[in-house]
Design a protein. Structure first.
Length: 194
């Protein structure tokens, strides 16, 4: 009888210990990530293009800022490439329905040169040291292309492509160029190619 009672007490103590251990575990990775600022997790500038890059705080502030800014600009270039692919895809659909068929690559052929020129106008709009859930500190930089710069890039793409586009179709292309959904679709396609 005493043995049975001792086993029950031991079992109960073990169960409480196990529950206590489970309760003290760190939050799930998703919960940890939500502790980061929105501008780090989801960099957004309305009608523009934005990206945030974070680098380990292991050097001088200016070195880190320059490194994160350069990484951010490289990501902006990728976003532009993705957006241009989406624009080309939309243009092909528009010309297939309005004017017969067309060939691809209309805007892609001029995009790299124009993107590099336009990226020089991008700038770091937020900079801060951030403590990450893994107990590391990083310097994060949000790099943006203003709405005006983004619109200017789009207009230059249309102009340099040599294509005659109706104002209605140009508006459709611009909306598609800005659309996050289009960028998400093209990013998935871009990743599958690499």
């Amino acid at each position: 009888m005493k043995l049975n009672k001792s086993l029950k007490i031991l079992s109960t103590a073990a169960a409480f210990s196990l529950l206590g251990a489970c309760a003290s575990q760190s939050p799930a990775p998703q919960a940890q990530m939500t502790q980061l600022p929105d501008w780090v997790l989801t960099p957004i500038i309305e009608n523009g293009i934005a990206d945030t890059q974070c680098v380990s705080a292991t050097a001088d502030f200016n070195v880190l800022k320059n490194k994160a800014t350069a990484l951010g600009r490289a990501e902006l270039a990728k976003q532009i490439e993705i957006k241009v692919k989406a624009m080309d895809k939309t243009y092909q659909r528009l010309t297939d329905t309005d004017e017969g068929s067309s060939t691809g690559g209309t805007f892609e052929s001029v995009s790299k040169q124009l993107a590099n020129k336009t990226l020089s106008g991008s700038r770091a709009t937020k900079v801060n040291y951030i403590n990450f859930p893994d107990n590391t500190q990083k310097l994060c930089v949000m790099v943006t292309m203003s709405p005006e710069l983004t619109e200017s890039l789009f207009k230059d793409l249309v102009k340099e492509s040599g294509r005659s586009i109706s104002p209605r179709n140009e508006a459709v292309l611009y909306e598609r160029f800005l659309a996050k959904k289009a960028a998400d679709e093209m990013e998935a396609e871009f990743k599958s190619e690499n």
